[in-house]
Design a protein around this ligand. Structure first.
Ligand code: GRF
Length: 194
């Protein structure tokens, strides 16, 4: 468990590329009185990401960044994170892979949520792959980000039963529901305020 000095909430940036329902729940949970984190910045590589609307709704700063040049994009993000004194990064449906150098700079303080029971089904199409393999359970995992895709240490997982009638869509809906509070719980699990 990482100890934090004083009662200052952890300054957090959430990186998104799409709908941002995990972002919405992170914001919702961060606004609870006993939350140990606050969302200070939303970063998106996609200017059309629906999740960006939560920035406006909750008056959270947003950064939309073009990834035409990866290196420049990351440099700009790092500067912005520094400016906003960000200590924790939560990837929530962020469809770009962070470089080794970037990850090193935030060592141990980048988390990701993934829609499978890792180490099963890293990468994309997780639900269809679980159905195709006749798995009894799918689920979601919050894990540390390392330079190996979806391979960092697992912090928390939640199982979701797969029914015979499930399609990847129906399963995705049920798993996503479980993702929403798992992320905040995982943050509480790894940090404690002194
Ligand atoms: C989630 O299923 C998450 O596990 C995956 O991308 C999806 C993002 O959904 N990494 P949302 O944008 O938070 O609604």
């Amino acid at each position: 468990m990482k100890k934090l000095n004083g009662f200052k909430k952890i300054n957090t940036a959430v990186f998104i590329s799409g709908t941002g329902t995990n972002l919405a729940y992170l914001i919702k949970n961060s606004l609870k009185r006993n939350s140990i984190f606050q969302i200070n910045l939303i970063v998106s590589n996609n200017s059309k990401a629906k999740g960006l609307r939560y920035g406006k709704k909750f008056k959270i700063k947003k950064m939309v960044i073009s990834y035409k040049n990866y290196k420049i994009a990351e440099q700009k993000i790092l500067l912005r994170l520094k400016k906003n004194k960000i200590k924790l990064i939560c990837l929530a449906g962020f469809m770009k892979i962070l470089s080794k150098n970037f990850i090193k700079k935030f060592k141990g303080n980048i988390l990701n949520i993934h829609p499978s029971l890792l180490p099963k089904y890293k990468g994309l199409n997780t639900h269809q792959r679980a159905i195709n393999n006749n798995d009894k359970y799918s689920g979601c995992s919050v894990h540390y980000v390392t330079s190996k895709l979806d391979s960092g240490k697992i912090i928390l997982q939640k199982k979701v039963k797969i029914y015979k009638k499930d399609t990847s869509k129906s399963l995705a809906v049920r798993v996503l529901k479980q993702e929403h509070n798992l992320y905040s719980k995982a943050i509480s699990k790894i940090y404690s305020i002194l």
